[in-house]
Structure formats: structure tokens, C-alpha cells
Ligand binder design. Structure first.
Ligand code: AR6
Length: 178
């Protein structure tokens, strides 16, 4: 599924974030930036040990923010390590922190002259954010950013399985219609 946002494109695909050949892939990291399970584990395995070595120099990252490294053995030239919120009950600032994590990734893409970026569904795995709510926040934030920042030309949103893809495709239709 592909939609045009101004001069840019937002694409939804089912796939593996580590395989994406874009300027930067986004990691669903934690505040230590020193690796973990899920997307984080898969990215570190595919990138090789040099990625962890660079991450060790960064001093961690606050929830709702992101930091950039090289991509090492990945097809992507860079990794943007984003820290989404752990979901508690939706009343602890989770929505604002999730939007901020997406926005910071996009700002880092602009600052580093990266035209294409691929996102996983941040916080919706181990961190427990309900997928549909997270998808609304993700798409609203990405679409608002692309509308004002044509330098980011291509955003690919990568879902790991058919069920998540179907949920996200439905939410994207809703956000576009709103
Ligand atoms: N490609 C694309 N999506 C994937 C992949 C993949 N290879 N693997 C999993 N997903 P998660 P979080 C989906 O748990 O919730 C780590 O330990 C998965 O189905 O990776 O932000 C970190 O170090 C889910 O929908 O990230 C943190 O401690 C989504 O990606 C913590 O997990 C995100 O799941 C972060 O948890």
C-alpha cells in the first residue's frame, strides 16, 4: 500500500526491517541503547558487533527521543535508535512520548540529509502499546511531518506479519479520511 503525501511517499509493507535498503532504518530500542530482544536484537545481529561498539559511545537515550549511528553490515547506511514508551494504561504520557519518538527520527533524517527511512511499529511488541492506538499516532505524526518536510521523500512502514499489516492498513485509511 502506497500513498502520496505532498511530494513524498508513505508505503506500508509486510517484511523484516533488517532487510530494508533505505538510507536509515529505525530501531525500537531501550534507553540503554545497548541491545535487547525483538527488532533491537534482530538489528544488532544483522549489523554485527561494530554497531554495539558505536552504541556504547552514545550514553543512552531518553524515552521519546532517538540517536543515529552507522548501519555497518546492514543494507541501510544508518540506524536511528528510537526509544518508545513502555505502555502502562495510556494515562502516563505514552501518546506524546510515542509521537515524539517518531518525530525525532524524522528530524534526524532531515538533519542528516537522508531521503528514505523505514520504521517498525515502535513500542507495540515487548513494550505493550496497543497496535491500533500506536498506529494512529505513528501515521498522524509521519503524515504531518512529510507535509512540511519534502526533503524526506520516502517513508516505508514495515509490519512483521499479515495480521499487523491488515490492522495498520485499516488505520492508515482512517487517518487519511479524517
Ligand atoms: N522487522 C519488523 N518488525 C519486527 C521485527 C522485524 N525483524 N521483529 C519484530 N517486529 P519490539 P518495542 C515487530 O518488541 O515494543 C527490545 O528488547 C514486532 O512484532 O521489537 O518497542 C528493546 O531493547 C512489534 O510489532 O519493540 C526494548 O527493550 C514491533 O516490531 C524493547 O524491546 C516492535 O516490537 C522495545 O520494545
Amino acid at each position: 500500500m502506497q500513498v502520496e503525501i505532498g511530494d513524498s511517499v508513505l508505503e506500508l509493507v509486510e517484511g523484516d526491517i533488517t532487510r530494508q535498503d533505505v538510507d536509515a532504518i529505525v530501531n525500537a530500542a531501550n534507553t540503554s541503547l545497548l541491545g535487547g530482544g525483538g527488532v533491537d536484537g534482530a538489528i544488532h545481529r544483522a549489523a554485527g558487533p561494530e554497531l554495539l561498539a558505536e552504541c556504547r559511545t552514545l550514553g543512552g537515550c531518553e524515552t521519546g527521543s532517538a540517536k543515529i549511528t552507522r548501519g555497518y553490515r546492514l543494507p541501510a547506511r544508518h540506524v536511528i535508535h528510537a526509544v518508545g514508551p513502555v505502555y502502562r494504561d495510556g494515562r502516563h504520557g505514552e501518546a506524546g512520548l510515542l509521537a515524539s519518538a517518531y518525530r525525532t527520527c524524522l528530524e534526524l533524517a532531515s538533519e542528516n540529509h537522508l531521503a528514505s527511512i523505514a520504521f517498525p511499529a515502535i513500542s507495540t511488541g515487548i513494550y505493550g502499546y496497543p497496535a491500533e492506538d500506536a498506529a494512529h499516532i505513528a501515521f498522524r505524526t509521519i503524515i504531518d511531518y512529510l507535509s512540511e518536510h519534502p526533503e524526506v521523500k520516502f517513508v516505508r512502514y514495515v509490519l512483521y506479519d499479515a495480521r499487523s499489516f491488515a490492522v495498520h492498513a485499516r488505520v492508515l485509511e482512517q487517518v487519511l479520511a479524517a
